[in-house]
Write a protein that binds this ligand. Structure first.
Ligand SMILES: Cc1cc2nc3c(=O)[nH]c(=O)nc-3n(C[C@H](O)[C@H](O)[C@H](O)COP(=O)(O)OP(=O)(O)OC[C@H]3O[C@@H](n4cnc5c(N)ncnc54)[C@H](O)[C@@H]3O)c2cc1C
Ligand code: FES
Length: 283
């Protein structure tokens, strides 16, 4: 058996297993959520914040975060924006199509460490996709956290994802949800401006808060700096970093930034480690 093989299956660490597209939902013009189910072998259930390598046969393989789990049958949900060849192939896959999957990989949001804290979830654009499992886990274990606050930023109202779910969460008495957009028509009744503007209104005790943040890198930098200024300990600000990947298991060095491998030491890093990594140029 090759080194690093899975003892129970004999499968090598780079060998994908077959999943079938069970459902697809068009979130935005360029963004689709697919739900995929194992054909024979079922991969280990991922932790919120982890990612899988998805293989579009004949096109290529890319890292995509988990945006949800199914009903306990090993289904996985991935929310994908079409930006190039592989994402386009995945976004246009039809129900019944086969996809190769390996994973789950990486360090996730690790909400266990936030037990007893206020939990602040800050999403920008597509960043809500990898944060959705964190939100669902927090809701399923609501008693473990103090205040639960979700701040969402998007380009405009038409770019908001998971709108029905956001509405449901907004209607709950035990969560605070605020949404802002960069630009809006006069009919928009919500906030306008960047998501960092919402930080000062977040009803949390900043000194006892864990924040999980995902979005464009510049947005994460401003949010993290804003939270640190308000007294959130840098080790309790956790951000997910996107870098090009090949192997996803710490072998190829493609995602290496200084001493860290984003695929295996991340993609979620605390701000005190990530601040330096953001300054390292990608290979
Ligand atoms: C850990 C991790 C999780 C991710 N999760 C998601 C997700 O949930 N949903 C999603 O839609 N995408 C996600 N991505 C990004 C996704 O992997 C890239 O969009 C994809 O690799 C692009 O491949 P492509 O062949 O479609 O396009 P390519 O032709 O490879 O690239 C198209 C354009 O996107 C840029 N690009 C490629 N890869 C990245 C990247 N990693 N970060 C930023 N820009 C990139 C390229 O520079 C180019 O401009 C994630 C990336 C990482 C590392
Ligand atoms: S992708 Fe190969 S080392 Fe991270």
């Amino acid at each position: 058996m090759p080194a690093d093989s899975d003892e129970s299956t004999g499968r090598g660490p780079m060998t994908p297993v077959l999943y079938r597209v069970e459902a697809r939902h068009q979130e935005l013009a360029d963004t689709v959520t697919i739900r995929i189910a194992p054909v024979t072998e079922r991969l280990t259930d991922p932790e919120p914040g982890q990612f899988e390598m998805l293989l579009a046969f004949g096109v290529g393989e890319i890292p995509i975060s988990i945006s949800g789990l199914g009903d306990g049958g090993g289904e996985l949900e991935h929310t994908i924006r079409s930006v190039g060849a592989v994402t386009k192939a995945l976004c246009t896959s039809a129900v019944g199509d086969l996809i190769g999957v390996r994973g789950p990989y990486g360090v996730g949001w690790d909400l266990d460490r936030a037990t007893g804290h206020d939990l602040l979830i800050v999403a920008g654009g597509l960043g809500l996709a990898p944060l959705r499992p964190a939100m669902l886990e927090a809701l399923a274990n609501r008693h473990r956290f103090g205040r639960l606050v979700l701040l969402v930023g998007a380009r405009d109202p038409g770019s908001l994802m998971f709108v029905e779910e956001l509405e449901r969460w907004r209607g709950r008495f035990d969560i605070d949800v605020a949404v802002t957009v960069d630009a809006a028509p006069p009919s928009w009744r919500g906030d306008v401006g960047v998501v960092t503007k919402l930080l000062s209104r977040a009803p949390v005790n900043f000194g006892n808060t864990t924040a999980v943040v995902c979005g464009p890198e510049v947005m994460m930098r401003f949010v993290a700096a804003g939270l640190a200024d308000r007294g959130v300990p840098p080790g309790q600000i956790r951000l997910s970093m996107e870098r090009n990947m090949r192997c996803a298991i710490g072998h190829c060095g493609h995602c290496q930034l200084g001493p860290e491998f984003v695929c295996k030491d991340g993609p979620v890093f605390p701000w005190d480690r990530m601040e330096k990594l953001m300054l390292v140029r990608e290979r």
